[in-house]
Every structure is written in C-alpha cells, then in structure tokens.
Design a protein around this ligand. Structure first.
Ligand code: ADP
Ligand code: MG
Ligand code: MG
Length: 892
C-alpha cells in the first residue's frame, strides 16, 4: 500500500534527506533536521506522488489520504499539547509547497491556518497576548484569501494602508490588538463581497483548501514557465508540508530570519543574514520593514545603528550559530536557513544548499576541501563550469561610479568602454588608429562583422539573446548588450538618445554585457585573473583531467591571455585575422586585384615579413607548446573595401581605377559565400598564397627556435577539405616550402600537416584522408552548418523558434549536437585512427568551451579541445568533471 504521508518531529522522522524525490527538498530536509535532533516544529509531508495522483485523477485525492492526514495532524497536536480547531487551545499550522528542485517564489505558503473567530479568541486568552492573536488572524485571512480563494493581496494591503493613514500609523507594528480586530471585520467583509460567501471558519475545510491550492499552484503559469526555463519535468509534482506554527510575532522576545552559513557573494566563512523582531515569515523578504543584521560584525560593517541578533538575543544567537555549524558539517556545504524565535526559543524551519556567486562557490569549495570536509575532486565537481564566465571577462570596478543611462539584455558577458561609433566601417577605421570603440547599431547583420570585430563591445537597441549581435558577440568573446529598447539611435544625426541624455559619435560609453547595462562615460575596469581559490580549483582540475585544453588565438595578446588561463597550446590560429590591419589590408587588396600570378606574388612578398613576425611572436609566447596554424580561410571579397569613399581611397593608393576595384568585387561576389570560394579552395586556385604562408611559418619557426633555444613544431592546418586529393595537393606545396627553408637555413624543422574536418564528406572519408593528414581538428562550427544545412549567419531569424517549439533542445551552434554532428565526429575519429593509430584529434569550434560539448569530447576520446582564451578555464574544469564521471546536464 502506498504511503502518502511522512511525519517528522521530536527528534525523529519517517523521512530522510535522500527521499527528496518523494518528499520534495523542503520536506526531506525538515525530516533530516528532525532526525538530527534539531528544534523543528513537528509536522508531516504529503508526498509528490499524491500530487501526481491528484493530476492523474481529475484533481482528486487518493482515498487513504484523508485518514493519513487526520492521524498525522492528531500526532502533531499531541506533541505540542494543542488541538486543531480547539477553541480554547488551538493548534495552528503552516501549509507549504516544496518541490524536488527549489522553485523560489513560484508556489505558495499559508501560515496560521486553523484560526477562526472562535480560535482567535482562545489563542488570545491562552497566550494572554491579544495583539499577537489578532495580528496572526489578519495575516491568515490575507494569505489564505490570496493563495486559496484567489482574492489579490493588494485589496487587503489597500485597506491596511488606508487604515494606517486614517489613524496616523506608519509601521504595521504600530497597530495594536484593537486595530487588527477592526481591520479583520473589514477583511472578512471584503472576502464575502468577492466570494459571495463568508471566509471559511471550519479549520479542516481551511486545511483541505490549502492543500488543494498548493497542488494547484504546481500548474500555475509562473511555475510552468519556471519549469520550462530550468528544465524541470512536470511529472515531478510538488509535496505539501504541514507543520505546527511557531510564532516570531509574539512580541519583543520573538523574531524571524533567514541566514546563509557563509557569505553567498564572497564565500567568506561567516554567518550572513537578516532578521526582524516581532514579525512572521515573509516580512523579512517582503521589504515591509528593513531587516536587521544577524551578526554584530555585519552590523558594524553596514554601519547600522539597529541592534544585531547577536546583541539582542545572545542565547538564541549562540544556539543558532552552533546549529549552523552542525548543518554545514552534516550537509558538507553552505546552507541557506530559515528560523524563528518564539519567546526566546529558537526553531528551525528550513535548510537547503545556498545559492552563491561563482566567486563564493570557488572559495567555499576550496575552504571545505582544505578543512577536509570534502575531497579536492568533490570540490572540482561542485563548481558549475559555465558560472566561471562571471570571472573571466573584464568587469567594472565595483568602486567605480555607475551612471546607468539605459538597460537591455545581458547578451554577452564582460564590460567594455569606448567611443561611440554607428557604422562598422568607422569602427574599423578608428580601431586601426588604436582607438577603442563601442559599435552602436539598431541591430547588426553579417555585413557588420568587420566592425564588430574591431569594436571593444556592441550595443543594439533591438534583438534578443539569440539576435545576430548576441550570437556573434558571444562567439567573438566580446561584451554585448542587445535590445536596449530605451535607446534611440539616429544614424543621420549620429546620436544616441536615452531619456534626456543625448550622446554624440565620439563620446565615451561603457557597456556591461554581464548585467545588460549601458553607462555614460569611461569607467574603470578590473582585468580578470586566475589566482587564489580559482587557481587552486584549476590545479585540482588539471590533476583529474585527461583531455588537453588549447586556445583559439590569432594575436600575441590572445596568446598571452590563453597562457595566463592555462592553455596548453594554440589549437587554432586564424591567419586571416592577421590581415585585417590597415597597412596589411592594402597588400591583401593588391593581391586580390592582381590579374596574374606575378602580380599576386609581388603583393604577397610584402605580406611575408609581417606574417613571419606574427608567427615569431606567437611561437615565442607559446614557448615550445604546440601551435596549430590554419591557412587562409575566408572568401576573398571580405577583404575588399565596402563604401564608395573607401574604394576611391584604396584605388588611389594602388594606382587602380575605382571601376576596376568595383569590377573585381563584382567578379568575386558569391550568392552563398559560406559554401563558396574559401578554405583550401583558395590554396588550390592560388597556390602562391599557401606557399607564402608556409614560408612565413617555417622561417618563423627557425627564428623563434634560435631565439628561445626551444624547438618549435608548427602544425599547419588545411581548412575545408572534402577530398584527399585536395589535401595532397596543398600538402605537397607546404612540404616543398619546408624543404626550401630547411635548405636555406640549414636548420632541421619538425612539423606536421593536418586538416580540419568540417565537411560531412571529410568525416566520412576520414580513413582515406588520414593516410596523408597527420592530425584532424574538428571545425564544429562549419561542420554544424554543413550537417544541418543551416547558415550560422542567418540562423538567428528562426533558430529561436526552433528551440522554443522544442524541435531543438539547444542551439546546435552553442552546444554540440551529439546525436548528429557528434556521430559524424565519432565516425571520423574511428576511421582516422584505423589508418593512423596515433593521429592527433582535437576540436576547435566554439563548442570547445561549452561544458556539455567538452564532456562529449572526453567521452569519445579526443586528445584536446581548443576554445577562445577566456573559456580555457571553463574547458579545463569541464574536462576534469567529465573525467571524474560527471555527466554534463544531469543533476541529483
Ligand atoms: P518559501 O519556500 O517561499 O520560502 P516557506 O514555505 O518556506 O516558503 O514559508 C514562507 C515563510 O513562512 C518562511 O519565512 C518560513 O520560515 C515561514 N514559515 C513556514 N512555516 C512556518 C511555521 N511552521 N512556523 C513559522 N513560520 C513558518
Ligand atoms: Mg522557505
Ligand atoms: Mg571553418
């Protein structure tokens, strides 16, 4: 026979903390606290199975439930020496929801249930405290009406405010018993008016009304939305906790509060919390009165002149501290606790693992591990890798003045300051002069990429979290605030207006992409750094992981950041990013415009020394760590000037006519550049480009090895291969260049030539390609595009709908589609290894920094992942968690 009710109280309980699925988080932990002998008001939990039954049976209860509830209720009465509905000595209870996963604020609670016109008088006589009794009754009527009868809280608030005003009261505590009695008459009339019948007086009817309301609240719109956002299944259901009331509103020796056993924003090991004297439950969070600090230290730090709990009720405080310590060591984690003090006596009402910032999470995990409470591996497992993002971008100095002029969506984390520009070309031009800019657009499109690349941050007034701006900015690792609807952009006037503030092009703004805020002026920034607790966790993580972690880095600055964050090499250097510089782009354009090979070679000769120097810098910074360099990849038209003005300028500098430039641009125009003349196709049509790049790489290897005394082993990567024949052709020209440089410099060079696997054909033909290629790097951005047939630049307009409708669980450009794209990756690994058992396998798409995708890469046995420098610690931690057996996306 199914048991629907589990009791707790007086040092024992039928439940336990590991019965969370059945009893919900709150119920399981109340039972656990009772088992520990802590002072918990007795009560019982109706299981989540009863909720499921309720929904499966047309909102009716299991037949045995009434009996079980009646027995359990009587048992509470015996324990506290009161009777439910007893007019002389009434037992009052709270009815509280509590699901398996905490859903703060989503469902409802009713306090003081059991009060009616008779029991309130009895309570007043019994306690000799009229005010307390009527205060409890008016609270009950308000809460019950709101939660169970559907009469909004605001109606009662209105009456109360009105009453206070008429009688010159300011705080609720200014009201006495007589005031509450009068208000209660009004409240009851209000209920009768709304309901057409009086406020229910039968305590048992009240109880079943509340139980039904808690079950029903599982299906309210708030709860449904919350579950969808947090992937909580509907089948879980909620439990209902019914518990004897204890009263924080019995006068000056009573209080109620909430506390964390450690500071949830810094992680410091000290009690952190608030309380109110002569108050009940929700008053603390509801902001009816300003709560007081629990500890004397916090009070002093806050400069408050209102006494701390430590001062006011030292005995209860001492007991509370001891219990906090016990709970922490029992649960082996920081706890978030609710308590009430009734006439100096302490009662525990809830405990759960406390939510915390990333910074606090690191400190708490390290402190607990160092105290021997948890193992270092457990500490590593306790940190949510994605939360580290909070710590890996420049942030606004908390001491800085924040002049917020508008807000939008926190589309891409980090903060940036710069001059306002309104066009991508301007962004590029100013960047070339070494100036920092914020690109401000109504929205962005693929034509704006060069400007987004040049900007420190991006601000749009339209578009959501999956708008083009947001997606691209996250990919680039740049801060972005999107959809700042309060800002009006006037491109013609070159102004940005938010309310009364009008800013012109060239004025400074700051965006905080982690908060979604737009600030006026320059603001001081803090650079992220990996030290202290963060470094410690990373050290432990590195001790556990098998998967290597490299970075995608194109510039010396990227490479330095990558190393600072612990990258073990560069997995992807995109050489085209070295061409965008103002001086270089002219040579690139000359090359593109040349009609013959000779002209192209002449232009390339100008690029050779600068490319070589770039590689020397990278090799030096990476000091012997592997560096994978990809040959030129993007379509050539991306390098051509855009505006007429720019075209004229370039033409003049090159001694060509603007018409010729335009003609060439028209020739290069493609209907679908993503699938066009790019990748190895460039190297095949214009071998001299790949030759120049290969020469630059080998010469740089010789120079860097001489300078540092450490041999450099470059890994040259050929992009967008579909057939082995393509690879062989490019490979041969790279080898020829290596032989030439070796002969000229008389220095031996060790190097590898491999390919990106980013086309389905390449994945399928991996066995064949591996006969020539020494390594594979999965370019999962392009592979996702080509497997789905979805262009990444155009996906924003419909992918959102796909995820909303549940067709795709998650954007496949954010987290690797393990089933489809993942299967191709597995096939390629298996076939590649069959031909070349020691083939090096890595991934260099954006997925390399996504925890779930990193877990997948671990599972299928890749050698390394490569991700943007700022995501390296996330990848290191994810790789460690995967090695420690954590399945990403699954939690207890
Ligand atoms: P939530 O999950 O929203 O925190 P709770 O069910 O925990 O809701 O209860 C709301 C408030 O009422 C809390 O402050 C809690 O401490 C208080 N409360 C709940 N049950 C009791 C009780 N039996 N006696 C006194 N206060 C209670
Ligand atoms: Mg609570
Ligand atoms: Mg690619």
């Amino acid at each position: 026979m199914t048991k629907w009710v589990y009791s707790f109280g007086e040092g024992k309980a039928e439940g336990r903390s590991d019965l969370r699925n059945l009893l919900g988080g709150k119920g399981a932990n109340l039972a656990e606290m009772a088992n520990l002998g802590l002072p918990v008001p007795p009560g019982f939990t109706i299981t989540t199975e009863a909720c499921t039954y309720f929904y499966d049976h047309d909102s009716s209860y299991p037949p045995q439930l009434r009996d079980e509830v009646a027995k359990a209720l009587a048992a509470i009465g015996t324990q506290v020496g009161k009777g439910f509905g007893d007019a002389e000595n009434p037992l009052l209870v709270s009815v509280r929801s509590g699901a398996r996963a905490s859903m703060p604020g989503m469902m409802d609670t009713v306090l003081n249930l059991g009060l009616n016109d008779a029991t309130v008088a009895g309570l007043a006589r019994k306690t000799g405290n009229q005010r307390f009794a009527y205060d409890s009754y008016r609270r009950f009527i308000t809460m019950y009406s709101d939660v169970v009868l559907g009469i909004e809280h605001a109606h009662f608030e209105e009456k109360l405010e009105d009453y206070k005003e008429r009688h010159g009261h300011v705080l609720d505590t200014d009201l006495g018993a007589a005031d509450w009695e009068k208000l209660i008459v009004d409240y009851k009339a209000l209920v009768e008016k709304h309901l057409g019948r009086p406020f229910p007086q039968d305590p048992l009817a009240q109880l079943w009304g509340a139980i039904g309301a808690v079950f029903a609240s599982w299906m309210n719109q708030r709860a449904i939305t919350y579950r969808r956002l947090h992937q909580i299944p509907q089948e879980w259901g909620t439990a209902v906790n019914i518990q004897a009331m204890v009263f924080g509103n019995m006068g000056e020796t009573s209080a109620t509060g909430v506390a964390f056993t450690r500071n949830p924003s810094t992680g410091v090991n000290e009690i952190y919390g608030e309380f109110l004297v002569n108050a009940q439950g929700e008053d603390v969070v509801a902001g009816i009165r300003t709560p007081q600090d629990i500890s004397e230290k916090a009070r002093l730090a806050a400069g408050s002149d209102r006494p701390s709990l430590e001062r006011l009720m030292p005995k209860a405080y001492g007991e509370f501290l001891a219990i906090c310590g016990r709970l922490e060591s029992h649960y082996r984690d920081m706890q978030d606790i609710e308590f009430t003090i009734e006439e100096s006596r302490l009662w525990m009402l809830q405990t759960r693992s406390g939510k915390r910032t990333a910074k606090a999470a690191l400190k708490i995990a390290v402190d607990l591990a160092e105290a021997g409470v948890i193992s270092p591996s457990e500490a590593v497992l306790r940190i949510d890798p994605s939360s580290l993002d909070q710590l890996l971008h420049p942030t606004i100095d908390p001491k800085a003045r924040r002049d917020v002029i508008a807000s939008g969506l926190p589309a891409s984390p980090g903060a940036a300051t710069g001059e306002i520009v309104f066009t991508p070309d301007e962004a590029e031009a100013l960047k070339a002069q070494g100036r920092a800019v914020i690109l401000v657009r109504v929205e962005t499109s693929p034509e704006d990429i060069h400007g987004m690349h040049a900007a420190e941050g991006i601000l749009t007034t339209r578009g959501g979290m999956t708008s083009h701006a947001a997606v691209v900015a996250r990919g680039m690792g740049k801060p972005c605030v999107s959809g700042a609807g309060g800002i009006r952009v006037d491109y013609a006037a070159e102004t940005l207006t938010s309310g009364k503030v009008v800013l012109k092009k060239g004025e400074f703004i700051t965006i905080d992409g982690s908060k979604g805020e737009v600030l006026r002026g320059r603001v001081d920034m803090l650079q992220p750094e990996l030290s202290g607790d963060f470094a410690r966790i990373m050290e432990w993580a590195d001790g556990s992981r098998r998967l290597g972690v490299r970075a995608n880095a194109d510039t010396p600055a990227d490479a330095r950041t990558a190393r600072q964050f612990g990258a073990e090499g560069i997995g992807l250097c995109r050489t085209e990013h070295m061409f965008f510089d103002e001086e270089r782009i002219r040579a690139v354009r000359e090359m593109i415009l040349s009609e013959d090979e000779e002209g192209r070679r002449a232009a390339l000769a100008k690029l050779l020394p600068v490319q070589r120097q770039d590689f020397v810098d990278l090799f030096e910074i990476m000091a012997g760590l592997p560096v994978t360099i990809r040959l030129l990849d993007p379509p050539l038209h991306e390098f051509l000037p855009h505006s007429d003005e720019e075209i004229a300028e370039v033409a003049a500098a090159m001694g060509a006519t603007p018409e010729r430039l335009k003609r060439r641009a028209a020739e290069l125009h493609e209907f679908n550049p993503m699938l066009g003349f790019r990748g190895c196709r460039l190297a095949i049509a214009f071998p001299e480009i790949a030759e120049m790049q290969a020469r630059a790489i080998f010469e740089a290897a010789v120079i860097a090895a001489r300078k540092t005394g450490t041999p450099v082993v470059p890994e040259i990567m050929v992009p967008l291969i579909a057939t082995r024949a393509e690879f062989d052709l490019v490979h041969a020209s790279i080898k020829k260049m290596a032989d030439a440089v070796i002969a000229e410099s008389k220095v031996g060079i060790d190097y590898q030539v491999g390919t990106m696997i980013e086309l389905p054909r390449a994945a399928l033909r991996a066995a064949d390609i591996a006969a020539s290629a020494e390594f594979f790097s999965f370019g999962t951005n392009d592979l996702t595009q080509t497997v789905y047939g979805i262009s990444r630049d155009d996906a924003a307009s419909f992918l959102g709908t796909y995820t909303q409708k549940g067709i795709l669980k998650i954007d496949p450009f954010v987290s690797l589609d393990q089933e489809g794209v993942g299967e191709l990756v597995e096939i390629a690994c298996e076939r590649g290894r069959r031909t070349r058992p020691d083939i090096k396998l890595g991934i260099c798409g954006e997925h390399g920094g996504d925890p779930a995708s990193v877990g997948f890469c671990h599972e299928i046995g890749l050698d390394y992942v490569s991700c943007s420098p700022f995501r390296v610690p996330i990848a290191r931690l994810s790789a460690a968690q995967a090695a420690l057996g954590k399945v990403a996306g699954k939690e207890g």
